[in-house]
Design a binder for this molecule. Structure first.
Ligand SMILES: NC(=O)C[C@H](N)C(=O)O
Length: 303
């Protein structure tokens, strides 16, 4: 099995060495799995459990003070599953896999996705909000509660800091609110078939119930017989251009994984002027590209 994982695009992260060690472990765990879908689920679960990453525990907090998780998974036979807006669910990727394997649907949301998780034995009562994130949320004078109050409050905060997913390039000029990069993803291949998965807590201080690119097929993740892709960055902009689908389009046109990743990010930047990253795996190579300050990746092969 060959696996590439990423730990999110954004400004240069804190604790890069510790994060790299977790990414290396995630890739190795994935590479030891029997099938590509097992590999991406296993790799992403490692990252969801580490609070340095914005997925599962340590996810970004929404404007009402709650962390809600999203994930999507796809196989190269075009079977898809995704789940979104789930409070208390650490392993969103496992719920996405349940949607793929046990339902006739491609996306299940909110309380119903949490019910589905519970019914299939995925934990639904995790404390996802870390002490640090709770403290920075509380220091931002949280909004009273109605969606209108939240919108007024988030106008100057959502995506506005130099440490946020849309941050474009090394060190932005905005204030520092709460980092919302560090989304995670994985793409795996057994030499014949592929799978891709992405998991996130979204972007800090979004409207409660906001869902970004991650569980949207073709945006946060995509997979075809030519290969797979997982994206990260400013989710609204990624969804506008269906970044992962574009990366796999380039594979289908005959480009290699690195060239496909480069072209997809070039096109994304031209169309949106925003920040993102993508990992791509094809039949022979792994590629990655980003136009933000950083994106850590790891590749593992186990045969
Ligand atoms: N950090 C990220 O990659 C955020 C994610 N793409 C979202 O918008 O939900």
């Amino acid at each position: 099995m060959r696996v590439i994982v990423h730990g999110g695009a954004g400004s240069t992260p804190e604790e890069p060495d510790e994060r790299q060690a977790v990414l290396d472990e995630a890739a190795a765990v994935g590479a030891a799995s029997p099938e590509p879908i097992d590999a991406v689920e296993a790799a992403v679960r490692v990252l969801e459990s580490d609070e340095r990453f914005n997925a599962g525990v340590g996810g970004a907090v929404q404007a009402d003070g709650i962390v809600r998780t999203d994930a999507g998974v796809m196989r190269s036979d075009r079977e898809v599953g995704a789940a979104c807006s789930m409070p208390g669910v650490e392993h969103a990727v496992s719920v996405a896999r349940i949607v793929l394997e046990a339902t006739p649907h491609v996306l299940v949301s909110g309380v119903h996705a949490v019910d589905l998780a519970a019914d299939f034995g995925v934990g639904t009562e995790a404390e996802l909000l870390t002490a640090d994130k709770r403290e920075s949320y509380q220091s931002e004078d949280p909004p009273a509660g109605s969606p209108r109050d939240q919108i007024a409050w988030l106008a100057s905060r959502f995506g506005a800091g130099d440490d946020q997913a849309g941050e474009h390039g090394e060190g932005g000029s905005g204030p520092t609110h709460a980092p919302d990069h560090d989304t995670v993803g994985a793409v795996a291949s057994d030499g014949e078939t592929f799978a891709a998965a992405t998991s996130t807590g979204g972007r800090s201080y979004a409207l409660a119930g906001r869902v970004g690119d991650v569980p949207q097929v073709g945006s946060g993740f995509y997979c075809t017989p030519a290969g797979g892709a997982s994206a990260t960055g400013a989710g609204e902009d990624i969804a506008r251009v269906t970044l992962s689908r574009r990366a796999t389009d380039f594979l289908e046109e005959g480009l290699g994984a690195q060239e496909a990743a480069d072209r997809a990010i070039e096109e994304f930047e031209e169309l949106t002027g925003s920040g993102a990253g993508v990992i791509v795996l094809d039949g022979s190579e792994a590629g990655s590209a980003f136009n933000t300050g950083g994106m850590q990746t790891s590749v593992a092969v186990d045969r």
